[in-house]
Design a protein around this ligand. Structure first.
Ligand code: NDP
Length: 276
């Protein structure tokens, strides 16, 4: 049986990432090291941060202190929209490497496409260069619509290995997921619990009780069974552990359908085209 350490999602570049990781958005730099340390102890092997979260140094402190070998941990980070453009992206990667105290990043992501700035293609060239130079193992994007991905694929050698997008039972992203699947791009869910709001959904509360699991566990399991990588965030060591214990049960097909039917295209964040 898989667990949070062993369950992995292959990438089209030949690498693989853990299917379930820890997100650290809105975790203060001073608080993040003990949480990452706890998560690694609980078996997590994927940490998702970003330059914008201003906690890369704290994540780096936890990575420096852990006994878990570096090659077993997937460190993902992202550069912010202000760093779009070729030279800016190269410089942003160097800064993140320094902040994290690492020699290479496992996964480097464009945080937002900001289409009105029209710089993400230039950034993608820099991402390809970072990969060629061995500073980054895998390159991907966040918050890209299919049209943005198509533009990259039509104009570049490398296809993004992953698109990290807002995705939860109120925003199931069925068309985008199908597009990803057709190009072997991994779908990863940000705000997989709709920033905690989904935990109050009455139909999920009763379904979780039927399975004898928490609503968070039910929803994380649903993501994984859809083939979606997932990075829930919690400030609580106990909830970090709870969120990882999703490998000892599976959902009935009818229940997957029920959760899928909750979609109402509700975003907790902005539409990527509106963020510039
Ligand atoms: P999540 O959907 O992961 O929800 C986090 C909220 O759920 C917190 O309020 C947390 O509370 C609560 N929660 C978590 N686990 C449990 C549990 N077991 N029981 C009860 N409550 C729980 O939201 P995020 O927005 O943080 O998304 C996850 C990650 O996705 C981020 O941390 C970040 O890494 C990434 N992200 C990426 C974005 C992008 O643009 N690429 C945008 C936004 C997020 P508490 O902390 O008190 O436990």
């Amino acid at each position: 049986m898989d667990n949070v350490t062993t369950a992995r999602t292959p990438l089209l570049d030949g690498n693989a990432i853990p299917s379930l990781g820890l997100g650290v958005y809105k975790v203060d730099n001073d608080d993040v090291a003990p949480l990452v340390h706890h998560a690694l102890g609980a078996g997590y092997r994927l940490i998702d941060t970003a330059s914008m979260y201003q906690n890369e140094r704290g994540v780096g402190d936890a990575l420096a202190a852990t006994d878990v070998p570096r090659e077993e941990i997937t460190v993902a980070t992202k550069f912010w929209m202000d760093d779009l453009g070729y030279e800016n992206t190269l410089a942003a990667a160097q800064q993140s490497l320094e902040n994290l105290g690492l020699e290479y990043l496992d996964l480097y992501l464009i945080h937002w496409p900001a289409p009105q700035r029209d710089l993400y293609l230039e950034s993608w060239r820099a991402m390809e260069k970072l990969k060629q130079d061995g500073l980054v193992r895998s390159i991907g994007v966040c918050n890209f619509h299919a049209e943005h991905l198509e533009r990259i694929m039509e104009n570049s050698d490398e296809t993004p290995v992953m698109n990290q997008v807002e995705l939860h039972p109120w925003l199931t992203q069925v068309p985008l997921k199908a597009f990803h699947d057709s190009h072997h791009i991994v779908t990863q869910a940000w705000s997989p619990l709709a920033r905690g709001q989904i935990l109050e959904e009455p139909s999920l509360v009763s379904l979780a009780a039927e399975y004898g699991v928490s609503v968070a566990q039910l929803v994380i399991r649903w993501h994984l069974e859809r083939g979606i990588s997932v990075i829930p965030k919690s400030l609580s060591p106990q909830r970090i552990e709870n969120n990882a214990e999703v490998f000892s049960f599976s959902l009935e097909p009818d229940h997957l359908t029920l959760i899928n039917s909750l979609n109402r295209d509700y975003r907790t964040g902005v539409d990527p085209n509106d963020r510039n």
